[in-house]
Design a protein around this ligand. Structure first.
Ligand SMILES: C[S@@+](CC[C@H](N)C(=O)[O-])C[C@H]1O[C@@H](n2cnc3c(N)ncnc32)[C@H](O)[C@@H]1O
Length: 426
């Protein structure tokens, strides 16, 4: 582990030369089946949360409350729950918090099975609801027959399961089948139609994913921990974190995923918004999130990224794009400031963050994060490089965003950093 205690030390560290650490690259046990109930892009493996908790305990953190300020589909939350710690998390994406909450509630399995039977039988008598299917984006992604099947299933869920955790559980299963039943190009991180896609029947897909979910619920353990998950922009003033002993999080990267776009099928069908693009607005790292232009903003950037922005200014990358990258770094500076205020003295933060590349220029997310931490009285920084297990076979993506072995394709990074820090008295 590389240790950094000051900005001076940080300047001398070459992140490229840090060796990979196998301990943080692989887990000792299989992923909890609960994490397979719904796919979520950029989810990190559950063992990272486990290792972070162990590391905090081994290093004397008095642990009561764990938090994740970008909680996604609830990976850290589930680890906290399993080990009986309180958890507070937030994510701006309503699809993420729907999935996360479904993984965390305790259910009466008998009731779940009864509701499922009723949903199936009500489906037989249900007539097609046209409210959702009139949306042009839905018509773009789904066949007419599938739209009818999905409308009837949604109606049946909403009329059978009462509002609350049981309905949300079935809506999560519903959401999990939307990509396979649409024309969405499988496993692509760029939303695009696959003209040759073999579309699975809605009822078959729903049954399959319901069974997977039920199996996961049957082995889930109950716990007395206090779990709160909010749907909000972490940077909003009305988003107030409690006092935290351990933060484990993986923040968004700039130029990486457009979360709002990737979840558009669920957002549209579940009626979270009429226009999924609205959700891009406050999503950190979105290339559509740009602020006002100008040197004033650039002047507020930390040292680590100032030179990189100057390099970008010398390329033909559009000013709007550069502006979104500046916005990302300013957002992350505010994120760390806000996190630092919530961490208890002697508490710990564990970030999982990777560098990216935009038009050949390296985007140094990890180094920037370390600088932000040091500037906010979080020190004793430990830096670990880990292999991204599911990207080990090939680090390239083709023009459709799918993994490829073609070395001329866009290179994505197959490693990332675990950045650990400790809060000390100001
Ligand atoms: C790398 S993912 C986290 C994945 C998570 N660790 C998991 O295992 O599912 C980053 C998350 O940040 C969320 N996000 C982006 N901007 C946000 C904001 N302003 N406030 C809260 N969450 C935000 C995205 O919706 C996304 O779920």
């Amino acid at each position: 582990m590389t240790t950094i205690n000051s900005i001076e030390e940080l300047k001398g560290i070459n992140f490229e030369l840090i060796p990979e650490d196998d301990k943080w690259s692989f887990g000792e046990s299989k992923e909890h089946p609960m994490h397979r109930i719904h796919a979520y892009p950029a989810k990190f493996p559950g063992f990272i949360a486990e290792k972070a908790i162990d590391f905090a305990l081994d290093n004397g953190v008095v642990l009561e409350t764990i938090a994740d300020t970008f909680c996604g589909c609830g990976t850290v939350a589930l680890a906290a729950k399993q080990r009986n710690f309180n958890f507070w998390g937030v994510d701006i994406n309503p699809v993420a918090t729907l999935i996360a909450n479904s993984k965390l509630h305790d259910y009466d399995i008998f009731k779940v099975e009864e509701y499922y039977k009723e949903i199936k039988s009500n489906l037989l008598g249900s007539t097609e609801s046209l409210s959702q299917s009139s949306n042009s984006r839905i018509q773009y992604w789904f066949n007419k027959n599938t739209i009818g099947e999905l409308s009837r299933l949604l109606e049946s869920i909403n009329t059978t399961a009462p509002e609350g955790k049981y309905r949300d559980l079935f809506l999560t299963v519903y959401s999990s089948i939307l990509k396979t039943t649409s024309k969405w190009l499988s496993k692509s991180i760029k939303p695009q139609v696959d003209p040759n896609k073999i579309i699975i029947k809605v009822t078959d897909a729903f049954e399959r994913n319901y069974n997977k979910t039920l199996k996961a619920l049957k082995i889930a353990s109950e716990s007395s921990s206090n779990i709160t998950i909010e749907t909000n922009n972490f940077l909003n003033t009305n988003c107030v974190a409690p006092k935290i002993d351990l933060l484990v999080t993986s923040p968004p990267y700039v130029t990486s995923y457009e979360y709002a776009d990737l979840h558009q099928l669920s957002t549209l069908w579940l009626g979270f918004t009429e226009d999924y693009k609205e959700l891009r607005q406050d999503t950190i790292g979105s290339l559509y999130k740009s602020g006002s232009r100008g040197d004033v903003r650039e002047g507020r950037l930390n040292q680590t990224v100032k030179q990189m922005i100057l390099n970008l200014n010398d390329t033909n990358i559009s000013k709007t794009r550069i502006n979104s990258i500046i916005t990302y770094y300013l957002d992350m500076q505010n994120v760390v400031k806000k996190i630092a205020r919530s961490i208890n003295n002697n508490g710990m933060v564990v970030f999982v963050i990777g560098d990216t590349e935009y038009k050949g220029i390296k985007i140094t997310n990890a180094k920037h994060l370390v600088e932000c931490l040091l500037l906010n009285n979080i020190a004793d920084i430990k830096l670990v490089k880990r292999k991204i297990s599911n990207k080990s076979l090939t680090p390239y993506r083709d023009k459709n965003g799918r993994f490829t072995k073609d070395k001329n394709a866009r290179k994505i990074y197959s490693e990332e950093f675990v950045v650990i820090g400790r809060k000390f008295d100001a």
